[in-house]
Write a protein that binds this ligand. Structure first.
Ligand SMILES: Nc1ncnc2c1ncn2[C@@H]1O[C@H](COP(=O)(O)OP(=O)(O)OP(=O)(O)O)[C@@H](O)[C@H]1O
Ligand SMILES: [Mg+2]
Length: 344
């Protein structure tokens, strides 16, 4: 016959209590003693029964709960240890709470992994989509050259130049992807140094001037008289500034402006890159730092954009333990602000 543990437990307790009652009855009826002693004896036996039952039940419940604790402890959670792992509580309510917390953490973990998986699929899809365009273009140019274009000096130069442009585009996508992967996986170590931020902005403006002239956009810089020293990875911050200024030009309006301003915040420097361009709709604003996110895909692609720039910018700023914010109004303009640590 199969014996269920709870029935066995009830049986043991019944035997124990019956045995104690029998001993008590014999003692009370057979042995003559004063009433006071009899009361003390009854109370003593009751207390003994109470403690025996408590210890019996506690041990029994602990034995049953221990394996559950073991399971919980053995399943690692992302940085969330089950509290008090060495000392299992013997209170059922505590165990219930802990198991509940554990189940909640597990659910969160599963949701996180599902989100990551969705993100990964989306990412791979986006990468192949972005690379397809230049690859197909190159295929087309080569076919044209093979089908006779090679012999015509005008056509061959034109198509070779176009091929070169598509290859440059692929290289820039791959480089951006490499940067993002390194920044996300933490492989990329920042090379923090002290440098003059005014000089860096001068260099960025000089580099972007051609593009700004083409679009008739003025590059303005409220240039401080003295050097402004910051502590950061110069190369990476150059990338941040280039991306922000280039965006201001790309999404700016003809005869508009892009303006760089500094604000002194005691230990930090706040940098503002403001334009009076097309602006970004409120519904798009929370997503612009996502990889590959572009408000107007055709406009961005036409400008050679992949939608990776701001994602890289955010990663770089966060790797410096600083923050970046954006404010924008459609048809009025966009302002990005970020902070940097000042050098003492
Ligand atoms: N200053 C701005 N004004 C208006 N829209 C902007 C501005 N900066 C960014 N955006 C919008 O945010 C999107 C994402 O910007 P991001 O810099 O990440 O990508 P991109 O400029 O399209 O391409 P990439 O920088 O990779 O060459 C852009 O496509 C654009 O729609
Ligand atoms: Mg950009």
């Amino acid at each position: 016959m199969k014996t269920y543990p709870i029935r066995r437990l009830a049986l043991y307790l019944t035997i124990l209590i019956t045995g104690l009652c029998a001993i008590e009855a014999v003692v009370l009826t057979v042995i003559p003693m004063p009433v006071f002693f009899k009361i003390v004896l009854i109370l003593g036996l009751l207390v003994a029964v109470y403690f025996l039952s408590v210890s019996f039940l506690t041990r029994y419940i602990n034995d049953k709960i221990e394996p559950i604790y073991k399971v919980i402890r053995e399943i690692p959670l992302q940085g969330k240890a089950v509290k008090n792992p060495q000392q299992p509580s013997n209170e059922i309510a505590d165990v219930h709470k802990e198991v509940e917390q554990w189940a909640k953490n597990q659910t969160q973990e599963i949701t996180r992994l599902k989100d990551l998986e969705r993100y990964r699929k989306e990412f791979v899809g986006n990468v192949s989509h972005e690379l397809k365009t230049p690859i197909f273009n190159i295929q087309g140019y080569i076919l044209t050259l093979l089908e006779g274009g090679l012999d015509d000096p005008k056509i061959n130069m034109l198509y070779l130049k176009r091929t070169e442009k598509s290859i440059d585009r692929m290289i820039s996508i791959v480089e951006d992807l490499e940067s993002i992967t390194k920044l996300e996986s933490g492989v990329l170590r920042l090379r923090v140094e002290s440098f003059d931020f005014v000089k860096l902005v001068d260099d960025v403006i000089e580099m972007e001037q051609m593009m700004a002239n083409e679009r008739k956009i003025q590059l303005l810089f409220e240039r401080p008289e003295k050097p402004v020293k910051v502590r950061a990875d110069k190369k990476r911050i150059m990338e941040v500034m280039t991306n922000l200024v280039a965006n201001g030009i790309k999404y700016g309006r003809q005869k508009g402006f892009v303006k760089v301003t500094f604000y002194d915040l005691k230990d930090h420097l706040m940098v503002e890159v403001m334009d009076n361009g097309i602006g970004i709709d409120k519904s798009d604003l929370p997503r612009i730092f996502e990889r590959f996110y572009r408000v107007d895909k055709s406009r961005s692609r036409e400008q050679g954009g992949t939608g990776l720039g701001l994602s890289i910018v955010k990663h770089i700023i966060e790797a410096h333990k600083q923050t970046i914010n954006v404010k924008s109004e459609v048809d009025e303009g966009t302002t990005f602000t970020f902070t940097l640590e000042k050098s003492k």
